[in-house]
Design a protein. Structure first.
Length: 73
């Protein structure tokens, strides 16, 4: 709930860029799918740039138009 509230607070200010760090971690799969759809809808309607940090490749693929992976050495 805190993560979703933080995202809502960030969007109230109408930013041009939003940086997220694991905003959907620890959610059940059904809620996760719903929130991915909502984030995509908000992105389209509000037009902000979204930098989305996640360890989940499925989330990254669902949300990203450009993806960057990092590998640990």
């Amino acid at each position: 709930m805190r993560q979703r509230l933080a995202l809502a607070r960030a969007l109230i200010a109408s930013p041009s860029i939003v940086l997220t760090d694991e905003p959907l971690s620890n959610l059940d799969p059904e809620l996760n799918v719903h929130l991915i759809q909502e984030i995509l809808r908000l992105h389209k309607v509000l037009g902000f740039t979204l930098v989305y940090v996640t360890h989940d490749r499925v989330e990254a693929s669902a949300l990203g138009s450009r993806l960057m992976g990092m590998q640990r050495r």
